[in-house]
Design a binder for this molecule. Structure first.
Ligand SMILES: [Zn+2]
Length: 57
């Protein structure tokens, strides 16, 4: 499956709305704190997934 966050093909992951997030990214997201540099990137990516989801309805 194709991970929407790191944009790589990974074996394991979860379905998040109409996208996939791999185990590594999921781990990273849960560990990321608001003050981390990655936080904004993850939030941006998740927002994009939500946006894509909305346009499909
Ligand atoms: Zn990933």
């Amino acid at each position: 499956m194709y991970c929407s966050v790191c944009r790589e093909n990974k074996k394991e992951g979860i379905k998040f709305l109409n996208a996939h997030i791999c185990k590594d990214c999921l781990n990273a997201i849960t560990k990321t704190r608001v003050e981390d540099a990655e936080y904004e990137y993850y939030m941006y990516t998740i927002k994009n997934i939500l946006k894509e989801c909305q346009t499909n309805y």
